[in-house]
Design a protein. Structure first.
Length: 416
């Protein structure tokens, strides 16, 4: 009888602890504030407390002092200087940002082994099970912010919640340099008064569509039947937003998750570009993306072209190839076809950003070879060029059409 009571007590304690752990807000979203600009202010004390713009032709980053004057990322440099004439404009230093990112992730990984990187300056952290070792999730988040300040020298904002989606929303609300925990059981109370743009997947176009229908808050999205959202926005987007509006996000924090796509983009400013210039920029993007794919030993089937126009609207064009590849020539042919398809719209609306990505990625060793199996396929040439660039740098061999052209900035990235 005594053993039965003991077993019952242990079982009861396990159930209580298990329920407590899963009902607690244990997912952190840590996001460095104005990352590039913060690194510049860290390294030059004269910039602290002043509006800082990184990048002259196109704004790559703006400090919060500049953001308060209306400056934002991807804005043209001339417009940014009109909005904030007292801003200090500095050239980007990608190597400094890369080093700061490595130090930032060092702090993240010291806090918990469960880190899912989203970009070089933000990540999800799962701190479930660390209470006895490291304290409550809020205590861990506060310590994380202190250590980033001490070891990296920049501010970071942290949101704490039960789901990845809500943790990210919380960090967005808490910016800059803040910490916000969404109490379990009060998630919808926090979420529903927020504007619809706080939902993942609601960009300018979807936001306008929802507001035109009189839907301005997340709560108003939640009140709609899923079928109404599907008819308004399409099946995938409607179901996605309906779930998020009810804080349904079962995704766990995934460590070492491989990318679903590999891409690159180039901000173009407001100057009109000739078709020859756009083709040269596209070639550079394809070279950059395919080199990254081969280094990561990935191949892909879907080529996606991303466009941003003068009025800040966006569009995408995509094509799925018959087989997965990382060959530069094959992906370039597909990308050129997509650009040609979009040229009438570009002619009417202008183009301020051109991006290219390859999706539906697979590991290269999992792909079956296709006929014909000959060396004229281009793989040998790609491999030879990759070897030269690995040894002597990416600029050691380049295309004639790219000689003398500005290649744009290579932004630091997480490993592919």
């Amino acid at each position: 009888m005594r053993k039965a009571c003991l077993r019952s007590s242990v079982h009861h304690r396990f159930l209580c602890e298990h329920t407590f752990v899963w009902s607690e807000a244990t997912i952190l979203h840590a996001d460095a504030d104005a990352f590039f600009a913060s690194v510049e202010q860290r390294d030059d004390p004269r910039l602290r407390g002043r509006p800082v713009i990184v990048g002259a032709g196109v704004v790559l980053a703006a400090s919060y002092e500049a953001k308060a004057r209306g400056v934002c990322t991807a804005m043209g440099g001339s417009r940014a200087r009109r909005l904030c004439p007292e801003a200090v404009v500095v050239p980007p230093r990608m190597s400094a940002y890369s080093e700061a990112s490595k130090a930032l992730y060092g702090v993240f990984e010291d806090a918990t082994p469960l880190v899912e990187g989203l970009s070089i300056d933000e990540a999800f952290l799962d701190v479930r099970g660390l209470r006895r070792l490291s304290g409550t999730p809020v205590e861990i988040a506060a310590r994380l912010r202190r250590e980033v300040r001490e070891r990296v020298g920049i501010p970071v904002t942290v949101g704490v919640a039960r789901t990845k989606f809500l943790a990210k929303v919380a960090s967005g609300v808490a910016k800059p340099d803040g910490l916000l925990r969404v109490p379990p059981g009060r998630e919808l109370e926090f979420l529903h008064p927020l504007p619809v743009e706080r939902l993942w997947g609601v960009g300018p176009a979807t936001g306008r569509k929802l507001r035109k229908a009189g839907i301005e808050t997340v709560g108003e999205v939640a009140e709609l039947p899923e079928s109404a959202l599907v008819s308004m926005l399409g099946r995938a987007s409607g179901r996605h937003l309906h779930a998020l509006a009810h804080n349904r996000d079962p995704r766990p924090v995934q460590t070492r998750r491989r990318r679903g796509s590999i891409g690159s983009q180039r901000a173009l400013g407001r100057r009109q570009r000739s078709p020859e210039e756009l083709d040269a920029i596209l070639i550079g993007l394809v070279d950059r993306v395919t080199l990254r794919m081969r280094r990561a030993k990935r191949v892909g089937r879907t080529v996606v072209l991303r466009l941003r126009f003068d009025d800040f609207t966006r569009a995408t064009r995509s094509h799925t190839m018959p087989g997965a590849t990382a060959r530069t020539a094959a992906i370039l042919v597909t990308a050129r076809g997509l650009l040609a398809e979009a040229s009438p719209v570009i002619g009417r609306q202008g183009l301020t950003l051109l991006g290219l990505s390859v999706a539906n990625l697979e590991n290269e060793d999992a792909v079956q070879l296709t006929l014909p199996l000959d060396r004229a396929s281009g793989s040998a040439l790609d491999a030879a060029l990759d070897e030269v660039r690995a040894r002597f740098g990416t600029a050691a061999v380049t295309r004639a059409v790219l000689l003398g052209r500005d290649p744009g900035f290579t932004v630091p990235l997480l490993p592919d």
